[in-house]
Design a protein around this ligand. Sequence first.
Ligand code: ZN
Length: 304
Amino acid sequence: MKFTRKEFLKTGALITSGVLLQGHKFFYPVQEKVSGFKLLRDNFGIYTERGGTIGWYVAKDSVAVIDSQFPETVKQFIAELQKKTTRKIDLFFNTHHHADHTGGNLYIKDFADKMIAHEQCVELQKKFYGSNPDAQQAYASTTFTDEWRQKIGKETVVAKYFGTAHTSGDVIIHFEKSNIAHVGDIVFNRTYPYIDANGGGSVASWIDTLEKVIKYYSKDTLFIFGHGAKNDLVSGSLNDVKAMKDLLSTLVDFVSKGMKNGKSKVEISLSTEIPGTEGWKERVAGMLRIDLEKVYDELNKNKL
Ligand SMILES: [Zn+2]
């Protein structure tokens, strides 16, 4: 059994405190604690260990997985998945290129028949991580521009591109029959998002994209989000998608107003009280400030 340094330290502490001294059972609470493998509804579930939420679908005749987190965490995910099925993954998708969604691709490749992503996802993954020998990559071999669909078992899986958002290559994976959609990082649920301008992201386009997403899906759709303020917020409803759009609009309006009133970028970005953002939290300290800076930069660029 291999441990990461953190797990090793945690296990060491448990040994010292006597918890691990009663045979093989002692590993169980440790594993249970670190595993975020969870059933959502019917054959669908999520895995939340570290990084972007992995979505999974396991039926008798078909298996699909969305995103791969990191090289370390994907191994535990696969181990958990294999407790549910001996079948190979029929379809594997990346929602976008970021390392916390594609870092486990290399490991998952051996367990997957087909790997699918938006063409921009693969381009950006190559651009940002492709030349790093310490982070070997595996890329989706099937790419698409607007939409990709396939029937697997009783399900029809549709990967759809709605436009630029968090990056320029975000897609949503929808299981039409069950009406469950993994939206990747198009929605950060109740936590300030990361606007990846270098990866082609744009807050203005993100709002337009969310508008289209809100029209396309329904109030009955169960959504899986790339990130949430807490683990129990990585799935939700159309209301959460609307809340994401409202948050981005609120930030744009706030920055725009500040600029019209002659405030500097620093003054604006140091604001901590923004009306309409109640209930939104920082997953990473300083993210609100970064968001305000990015919105400022984008509005400033478009003004020129
Ligand atoms: Zn991301």
